[in-house]
Design a protein around this ligand. Structure first.
Ligand SMILES: *[C@@H]1O[C@H](CO)[C@@H](O)[C@H](O)[C@H]1NC(C)=O
Ligand SMILES: *[C@@H]1O[C@H](CO)[C@@H](O)[C@H](O)[C@H]1NC(C)=O
Ligand SMILES: *[C@@H]1O[C@H](CO)[C@@H](O)[C@H](O)[C@H]1NC(C)=O
Ligand SMILES: *[C@@H]1O[C@H](CO)[C@@H](O)[C@H](O)[C@H]1NC(C)=O
Ligand SMILES: *[C@@H]1O[C@H](CO)[C@@H](O)[C@H](O)[C@H]1NC(C)=O
Ligand SMILES: *[C@@H]1O[C@H](CO)[C@@H](O)[C@H](O)[C@H]1NC(C)=O
Ligand SMILES: *[C@@H]1O[C@H](CO)[C@@H](O)[C@H](O)[C@H]1NC(C)=O
Ligand SMILES: *[C@@H]1O[C@H](CO)[C@@H](O)[C@H](O)[C@H]1NC(C)=O
Length: 903
């Protein structure tokens, strides 16, 4: 039950001792001593301990250097006078290189010393890698606390993390690592030892000892009680025969024994909770040269049960007894040293260590993944709080990552989202080292260079989004193949110089072609020409396949539709819609003014006569972009409605393919709701309702006015464009699909759309139906009502509920006013808002069966508008809208069964 370590043969030990003596004198080779907060590149030898400390700046990038208040510096060991404080970030981590599979004593020291002048010491957590280590707290400002563990790292680095738990700013004063012999403090592999107590018993000096007295720099605190007395003798290092634990000679030269020589020597502790497990190490040395008629012999009991013995300490020789496995399950741990009957002397004990068991077995992320992501972080200078283990603990997973966790295997990175992160330069080859990656989003950055072949090697990759960058060249065939097969969802649009088709021209930069280069690349031009021919053929087919007309209705709105169906350009008749590239150059004043980047190309401002237009040039881009372009052309040829952007003309001059639309002077709804656009208009409730009625009518037309119905598939605020009168038109038909089936059925497609607007039922089932558009439109309405993003930003940054669940929870508290966009300043008819909320919530019903048809939505929204106008009429009779009559005229009184929601 108890192992006993006996001294080795004297000759061997003498040799060892000589070496040890040398080591003790000067060598700190197993030491890493870090003074946190010390200026960069600084180092010093501490004058009390002779320990050589270095600055922490090479181990951490975050935090600020501070110093304790002057009155706390008196007689202080130097490493405690500086500290590093972490006012920002939840988790800040040191990364310290170590030798893997080596046993370390790791100590973190904390000395508050009123460094921040508040005189309130904080409380915070300490983590080692993915595992909780300790809660750091202080009894008062002048007390040093330290947290210490014995731990064998599996990797060649450790992460020591300070975690803000909302009870003050974490800080740290020093970090010390010391290697230990691997045959000491032996535990099960998953068990690490956190120091609970380490006492020098029988101390005659009442001093604390550490390095140089202890070659492992353990800190030994003196402990004495009235019931104990001391026994000691002078002892030199050479005289003491050590075992591998090597407790300091000064500690071993004194021992405690009971005052009453016939009584037992007792001590105990009570655990905070019964699940705590312990390891105990007791060190013995006979300090008295015994006479021949003297013996000292005793047994050790734990809670009255035999634990070890009889022990006969050897003169000037260290022996250690310890529990071979963890002690557990007791409410008190009472140890007694009982002298045996034949013993003439009472029991003694020189030193004791008690450790609690920590399970640090939760693995850190696979090292290959960590290396890769760390290199990616460096390569792009990612400015996120990416510290310590990427995947763990799950609560602190790096923003933009997702990981897979499989039992005791190291977690793997499966998802990397670095969209909109200001990335510059090439696509980093380190990405290919994330071998389990399934999802990669690098969109909305400024990446340049080619799309590298190594992306093809990522076997698990299912989603790759490279959209909206400045990538050039060709998309590797491997990726195109996967995309075609449907195993990869590939997006590369908005890369003006990227060619994502086997049949597209490498050097055509968006709209501007270069004739000389083109001649060198005839073999590429030919397929382009062929595909343009393809466009036109398809146009012809589709034009006959989809028929959109005007729904026969009695309402006045229809008449307005009819009036505005034909584009308002006298020069452009049905046969005059084609433009040459030279004409496009003139119209756009040599592509002088960019309006934005649309579905799959750049949109330029243009003038035809005095009429402003928007010209979208197809960049020879992704296959999908090309298909989207085709889809849009097809639809726009047959779709005409005043609430859908209309096509004025197109260009199919060699490799230059472009579309000319009517110009929408006021951008899109998103810009105005978010206030991001310069001169964004604060849209009133009435404005919002008019825009929503417009957009709903556009969508209704696609669903009900066309045969087969057309599903837009990307309804969102950014696709609702506003003209100079803030009339809304639905745009971007790149994803739209005619829907050739009976109502209630559906088609299967590759899921496409915009996160936050995407119908969850469609996302899960791949089955597309009109009601998916209704869902997206519901999200548009919710955003319009609340001014919030599709994923609502909460104070708790980890928590971003979808706007629909956010509103449900707010409504269940009966808080209608608190959900409405505060920018409206409560200037609205609350009945109207309430009805709009109900309509929107019905649209986002999780089951598509419960969602209304767009025609019902149009009706409901018109009623909302009527209510708001009625209020305004009473409030400000003079500001009555001219169009009031027509709006009221088209309101019908059909009621739709909406899902009841809590008021
Ligand atoms: C620290 O040393 C490095 C390398 O020698 C040097 O680049 C850096 O400027 C130094 N920093 C300070 C604060 O002296
Ligand atoms: C830690 O090790 C890594 C990899 O071997 C090395 O790149 C890095 O410079 C080391 N860090 C320090 C502070 O020595
Ligand atoms: C802080 O604690 C130390 C040690 O327990 C004690 O000596 C000191 O008086 C305490 N100071 C205050 C201000 O309580
Ligand atoms: C300790 O390390 C030595 C080599 O450094 C190795 O041979 C031995 O097996 C290790 N012992 C334990 C208990 O890990
Ligand atoms: C000393 O301890 C023994 C055994 O516990 C006890 O019988 C005795 O009364 C004690 N003597 C004194 C003076 O306390
Ligand atoms: C041991 O021997 C010494 C003399 O050598 C004597 O004074 C002492 O009383 C003896 N002690 C015991 C416990 O017998
Ligand atoms: C001490 O332990 C030995 C060996 O296990 C046992 O024989 C003896 O009775 C014990 N003595 C006391 C006083 O407990
Ligand atoms: C895109 O890259 C081209 C060179 O390949 C460069 O001329 C152009 O300025 C870049 N555009 C942007 C917006 O960075």
């Amino acid at each position: 039950m108890v192992r006993r370590i006996s001294p080795r043969s004297h000759i061997v030990l003498l040799l060892l001792l000589i070496i040890v003596a040398l080591v003790q004198a000067q060598d700190q080779s197993g030491f890493i001593s870090i003074d946190c907060g010390l200026p960069q590149n600084s180092s010093y030898t501490e004058k009390h301990t002779s320990i050589f400390y270095i600055s922490d700046s090479g181990f951490i990038d975050t935090g600020v250097s501070k110093s304790v208040s002057a009155e706390f510096k008196i007689n202080l060991q130097q490493q405690l006078s500086n500290l590093r404080s972490f006012p920002s970030g939840i988790r800040n981590c040191y990364r310290i290189n170590v030798t893997s599979a080596t046993k370390y004593l790791i100590r973190a020291s904390f000395y508050y010393g009123n460094y921040d002048g508040t005189n309130v010491a904080p409380k915070f957590d300490l983590h080692l890698g993915a595992n909780f280590m300790d809660t750091v707290k202080f009894t008062n400002a002048s007390v040093t606390t330290f947290s210490e563990i014995i731990y064998t790292p599996l990797l060649d680095y450790i992460h020591l993390c300070l975690v803000n738990t909302g009870t003050g700013t974490p800080f740290i004063s020093a970090i010390e690592l010391r290697t230990l012999k691997n045959d000491t403090y032996v535990t099960q592999s998953w068990e690490s030892l956190a120091r609970l107590r380490r006492f020098d018993l029988g101390s005659t000096t009442n001093l604390q000892y550490r390095y140089k007295d202890d070659i492992y720099d353990r800190i030994w605190a003196p402990l004495g009680f009235d019931l104990w007395t001391q026994i000691s003798s002078k002892l030199t290092n050479d005289e003491l025969t050590q075992n591998h634990y090597q407790p300091p000679t000064i500690v071993m030269s004194t021992a405690a024994m009971p005052v009453n020589a016939s009584a037992s020597f007792d001590f105990y502790w009570d655990p905070d909770n019964v699940d705590e497990q312990y390891y105990v190490f007791m060190h013995f040395n006979e300090v008295k040269k015994l006479a021949p008629n003297e013996t000292r012999s005793f047994n050790v009991t734990l809670n009255g049960k035999y634990w070890g013995g009889p022990l006969v300490p050897t003169y000037q020789s260290t022996s250690t007894i310890f529990s071979p496995s963890a002690l557990a399950g007791e409410s008190r741990y009472l140890f007694s040293l009982l002298r045996t009957e034949d013993s003439t002397l009472p029991p003694i004990i020189n030193a004791i260590e008690v450790y609690t068991v920590k399970d640090f077995s939760r693995p850190e992320t696979s090292q290959d993944d960590v290396d890769a992501i760390t290199n990616i972080k460096k390569a792009y200078g990612v400015a996120r709080n990416w510290e310590a283990d990427p995947c763990g603990p799950t609560k602190y997973i790096w923003q933009g990552l997702n990981c897979s966790y499989d039992g005791n295997d190291p977690p793997r990175i499966t998802s990397l989202d670095l969209s909109s992160s200001g990335l510059k330069g090439q696509i980093s080859s380190y990405i290919s080292k994330l071998s389990m990656l399934q999802y990669l989003d690098l969109s909305n950055n400024n990446l340049s260079g080619s799309v590298p072949d190594f992306l093809t090697q990522l076997q698990s990759l299912k989603v790759l989004n490279l959209g909206n960058n400045n990538l050039t060249g060709l998309v590797p065939n491997g990726l195109l193949d996967k995309s075609k097969k449907g195993s990869l969802s590939l997006s590369v649009e908005h890369n003006p110089n990227l060619c994502a088709s086997t049949s597209c021209n490498q050097q055509t930069g968006g709209a501007i072609s270069n004739k000389k280069k083109k001649n060198n690349n005839n073999h590429i031009v030919i397929p382009i020409a062929a595909s343009i021919a393809g466009v036109l053929v398809l146009l012809a087919i589709v034009a006959t396949a989809v028929i959109c007309g005007l729904k026969k209705r009695k309402s006045k709105a229809v008449n307005i539709d009819e009036e505005q169906t034909a584009p308002n350009f006298s020069k452009i008749g049905p046969n005059q819609r084609q433009y040459t590239f030279n004409e496009i150059v003139k119209i756009t004043n040599n592509f002088n003014r960019i309006l934005g980047r649309g579905g799959f190309g750049t949109v330029y401002h243009g003038l035809i006569g005095d009429t402003q237009v928007a010209v979208k040039m197809l960049s020879p881009s992704a296959v999908r972009g090309y298909e989207q372009f085709l889809a849009e052309v097809k639809l726009l040829m047959v779709v005409h409605h005043r609430n859908l952007t209309s096509l004025i003309g197109y260009c199919n001059d060699e490799s230059n393919i472009g579309l000319i639309y009517e110009y929408m002077a006021n951008g899109n709804l998103e810009e105005h709701l978010s206030g991001k656009k310069n001169n964004a208009k604060l849209l009133s409730w009435e404005d919002r309702l008019r825009i929503s009625v417009d957009a709903a009518q556009g969508l209704e037309y696609l669903h009900s006015g066309c045969k087969p119905p057309i599903i837009h598939r990307d309804v969102k605020c950014a696709n609702i464009l506003l003209n100079e009168n803030f009339e809304a038109k639905l745009a971007d038909f790149g994803l739209s699909k005619p829907f050739p089936t009976e109502e209630g059925t559906h088609i299967s497609t590759v899921v496409a759309g915009t996160p936050g607007y995407l119908d969850p039922e469609y996302r899960d089932s791949n089955k597309l139906a009109e009601k998916s558009d209704v869902y997206s439109f519901g999200v548009v309405l919710l955003k319009m009502i609340t001014g919030q993003a599709a994923y609502v930003k909460m104070q708790d940054e980890d928590n971003k509920p979808h706007i629909s669940s956010w509103i449900s929870s707010m409504l269940s508290n009966g808080e209608i006013k608190s959900i409405v966009d505060s920018k409206l300043q409560e200037d609205f008819d609350s009945g109207s808002v309430w009805k709009a909320v109900e309509t929107a919530m019905a649209c986002v019903a999780s089951s598509s069966n419960k969602r209304p048809h767009m025609s019902d939505v149009v009706t409901q929204l018109k009623e909302c508008l009527a209510a708001e106008l009625a209020r305004k009429r009473t409030d400000h009779a003079t500001e009555q809208s001219d169009s009031l009559e027509s709006d009221l005229a088209s309101i019908s009184v059909t009621t739709t069964e909406f899902e009841p929601i809590a008021r």
